[in-house]
Design a protein around this ligand. Structure first.
Ligand code: ZN
Length: 95
């Protein structure tokens, strides 16, 4: 197989869900995202991501990124109401 043929094959593989980091298979999942907003830790649940089954790399679609950004903007402005609030335990591996 010549080089151009191989590149074409790789592009097709990308479309069916391959990790750009390690080449492992990916699966679409709903994940939790943590963000720091104005010194508060917020958790956003049910974010659709393509997750690598091999290395755990997460990839978000452009549409999901836009929705996440606009939600975080509303969180920053104080116009988004949290579904619930919970206590978080904080630990550290080093002093
Ligand atoms: Zn991977």
């Amino acid at each position: 197989m010549d080089r151009s043929g191989k590149e074409k094959e790789e592009r097709i593989m990308d479309k069916v869900g391959r990790c750009p980091i390690c080449g492992g298979k990916t699966s679409v999942k709903a994940v939790d995202v943590t963000e720091n907003v104005e010194k508060r830790l917020v958790l956003i649940r049910k974010v659709q991501a393509e997750v690598c089954l091999q290395c755990g790399e997460r990839m978000y679609s452009e549409g999901t990124m836009r929705k996440l950004d606009s939600l975080l903007q509303r969180v920053r402005e104080g116009s988004a109401k949290p579904k619930k609030e919970t206590k978080v335990e904080v630990y550290a591996l080093t002093q």
